[in-house]
Design a protein around this ligand. Structure first.
Ligand code: PLP
Length: 343
């Protein structure tokens, strides 16, 4: 890595805005070969598009078909028995993604699980982490947050019978500036912290590209007794994350943008391990129930003591298979090299 970094500085000192210079960088780029591992759409003239829309829908890895076909085949050959006897048994299938997700998020494997879709997960997390009282009931969000996040947060406030005008604090950049200063966020915590229940930010803002200072924001918020959640739609697979170390309370993400898992594919959650044995209220479903007696169909819910305890339903395997095909590439490359190249 150090060698690469040095090379980077040497090259940038000799920077030239020429095609030859760009091509010479490509020759040195050990990741350029990964381009071959994705289907790249063609223009009408038969040339490949230059695809800058991975922030909306990532391209399909060529291996995805193989991963999905495996499950299609096992379903055809095994029917319901695939839950136990498929090559990759469906019963624990979501667990096959945990290590890769833990690597991407800087989390323990017990702190992450693939489930549902992003906005659904956002609601489930807010249900657990937004516990308004008459004194502490406010939520902090970016003014230009993705609309779905605003709708989710506002509807949760309303659900508790609280006035949105009073409860929602929107962070905005200073006049003439385009991103929100960390010091201004901290000021909000210092001034209104005692009445704030939750801060819910995009890890990377979808519109401005601002990377929020996860570590400081979380530390200062916690000092004030505020819970901290991040929406990682534009962060996962894009920037280095250390959610466990930064002590983030929860996070949610989708996998079809930077993680290239296909339209509408399954999202995920991170719940810090300090909550795994807590009595946080949650919306429950059978897939979150203790695995050892789930199929005894007991009447009372006993959650798995990991992030998996927030699962509701048995997950769509075809979608998880597509995610695995892409995570395999991330496993091979690693975020360090990806971030280096992006810079
Ligand atoms: C893409 C995106 C969403 C989309 O939500 P879905 O529930 O996956 O449709 C929500 N929030 C943010 C910040 C996004 O970037």
């Amino acid at each position: 890595m150090q060698l690469q970094v040095d090379l980077f500085y040497i090259r940038s000192m000799n920077y030239k805005a020429t095609k030859d210079f760009a091509l010479s960088l490509d020759v040195e780029d050990e990741l350029s070969k990964y381009r071959q591992q994705f289907h790249i759409p063609l223009q009408k003239n038969g040339k490949e598009y230059i695809y800058f829309c991975g922030n909306s829908l990532g391209l399909q890895p060529k291996k995805t078909k193989e991963f999905v076909d495996q499950e299609i085949k096992d379903w055809a050959n095994l029917g319901v028995e695939g839950h136990l006897y498929a090559k990759n048994p469906w019963l624990p299938y979501h667990e096959f993604l945990s290590q890769s997700y833990a690597n991407l998020l800087g989390a323990k494997t017990t702190e992450v699980v693939a489930m549902n879709t992003l906005t659904v997960n956002l609601h489930l997390m807010i249900v657990s982490f937004y516990r308004p009282t008459p004194e502490r009931y406010k939520i902090v969000i970016e003014e230009d947050a993705f609309p779905s996040d605003i709708y989710a947060v506002e509807s949760q406030i309303k659900h508790h019978g609280i006035d949105i005008e009073k409860a929602l604090i929107k962070l905005r950049p200073r006049k003439g500036e385009s991103i929100v200063r960390t010091e201004d966020i901290i000021d909000v915590f210092e001034n209104e912290g005692d009445s704030i229940s939750l801060v819910m930010l995009g890890g990377v803002n979808y519109y401005t590209g601002q990377v929020f200072d996860f570590k400081n924001i979380t530390a200062v918020a916690h000092n004030k007794g505020i819970k901290v959640g991040f929406d990682l739609a534009h962060a996962v697979g894009n920037i280095n994350l250390e959610l466990h170390k930064w002590d983030v309370d929860f996070a949610v993400w989708c996998s079809y943008k930077y993680l290239n898992s296909g339209p509408g594919s399954v999202g995920g959650i991170f719940v810090h391990e300090k909550y795994h044995n807590s009595d946080l209220p949650r919306f429950c479903g059978w897939w979150g129930h203790n695995k050892s007696d789930r199929f005894d169909m007991p009447d009372s819910f006993n959650p798995i003591k990991t992030a998996e305890g927030w699962q509701l339903s048995n997950p769509p395997i075809l979608s998880l298979a597509a995610i695995r095909s892409s995570l395999a590439i991330f496993d091979e490359v690693g975020m360090e090299k990806l971030v280096f190249k992006s810079k």
